[in-house]
Design a protein around this ligand. Structure first.
Ligand SMILES: Cc1cc2nc3c(=O)[nH]c(=O)nc-3n(C[C@H](O)[C@H](O)[C@H](O)COP(=O)(O)O)c2cc1C
Length: 349
């Protein structure tokens, strides 16, 4: 009898401590989603607009600002030589202040041009600078920049030191799991030791480009190995995936890449869902965004902007009934008004 009573006591103690543990876990994860991510002396919502070359450009970032005003947005990557020598033609430093807070992304393979580029970037009024050491493109890695820097740590250190010395504003680095081989933890520690304020990890090797599943166990190892904020890049497309990745890695923020492609409301949607609020983008809002996006592209690039919008159009009208013929006509159109009228037709407006 005494034995049974003892067992009951133990079992109610275990139940009580398990439920207390569960209660605290739920509470702490709730406050996590209410808090901001601190980078240097700045703080932002945890969902960040990632860099997609030719997609998340200045016109797109302006449309994002119709939904999200406080979220950090990355620019696409520019080589430091291009920034240092910019005469205005490449529009390397041409953006609007409304796009801020902005993280200006650069690439470099050696210290040349870093000081001059940083001076110009800081003068332009951005909030921070990001060094890309994850780009897998052959042209970039053959020049020794992008993910090739992850395979040469002494050279990486020299480059990181040069940026840190040149930058009075927060400095971040976007890395991969490694170049040909995994060395993310070692690289992350070097990044931290060089005084970088935060790092983003896209946990794939250079050889994987953008295919295959991101390896979140590597992101979790990196998060455990450093004390600076760790941002995950890869496979996060909505609040449910962000939450699942948080549980696997404990990271501090989420860089949304392909998930934001032609979905300028995405960061706002994720922020709302993370706070337990309902948000579903309305058809009229998608149409208004697509129309505003065409206008912003043409305003920024001229006629070339209409052609560049062809990369966005299929995403805006995805899933629409009987879309294929109209879509095919619109993606070869040279006429802005025809494209806008076609978009309205898609949405029955
Ligand atoms: C078309 C395209 C362009 C990209 N351009 C850049 C870039 O300029 N700079 C960068 O750091 N990463 C770039 N990336 C990588 C993404 O930022 C991101 O790390 C990767 O796509 C994984 O995240 P996701 O699954 O959210 O897209 C690009 C990826 C794609 C698909």
């Amino acid at each position: 009898m005494r034995h049974v009573q003892g067992m009951e006591k133990i079992s109610s103690f275990v139940t009580l401590s398990l439920s207390t543990h569960f209660f605290y876990k739920v509470l702490s994860s709730m406050s996590y989603w209410n808090e901001q991510c601190k980078i240097g002396n700045l703080a932002f919502p945890r969902f960040i607009g990632g860099p997609l070359d030719g997609i998340t450009d200045s016109p797109f970032r302006k449309i994002v600002r119709n939904f999200s005003t406080k979220e950090l947005l990355y620019t696409e990557m520019r080589h430091v030589a291009c920034v240092a020598n910019d005469t205005g033609k490449t529009k390397a430093l041409y953006f609007s202040q409304m796009e801020r807070p902005l993280n200006y992304q650069v690439s470099a393979s050696k210290i040349d041009f870093i000081q001059q580029a940083c001076e110009r970037i800081v003068e332009s009024g951005v909030d921070m600078v990001d060094l890309n050491i994850g780009c897998p493109a052959r042209l970039v890695v053959n020049s020794g920049a992008g993910s090739a820097l992850m395979a040469d740590l002494p050279r990486l250190k020299v480059v990181l030191d040069a940026f840190r010395k040149a930058l009075p504003i927060p400095f971040t680095v976007k890395m991969r799991a490694g170049y040909k081989e995994h060395n993310a933890v070692e690289v992350a520690q070097l990044i931290q030791d060089c005084g970088v304020d935060a790092l983003a990890i896209h946990p794939r090797l250079q050889t994987q480009f953008f295919a295959g599943s991101p390896d979140y166990t590597i992101a979790a190892q990196v998060k455990r190995a450093v004390t600076i904020p760790v941002i995950i890049s890869g496979g996060v497309v909505n609040w449910a995936t962000a939450k699942a990745v948080y549980e696997q890695t404990g990271v501090d923020a989420y860089l949304i890449g392909r998930g934001i492609w032609s979905k300028p409301w995405k960061l706002h949607e994720m922020q709302e869902h993370s706070q337990g609020r309902l948000y579903r983008v309305e058809e009229s809002v998608i149409l208004a965004s697509a129309l505003a996006h065409v206008d912003a592209m043409v305003e920024y690039y001229g006629q070339r902007g209409l052609y560049a919008f062809r990369k966005h159009l299929p995403f805006y009208v995805k899933g629409k009934m009987c879309a294929s013929q109209l879509r095919q006509r619109l993606v070869v159109s040279h006429d802005v008004e025809e494209v806008k009228a076609g978009l309205r037709q898609f949405f029955g407006a």
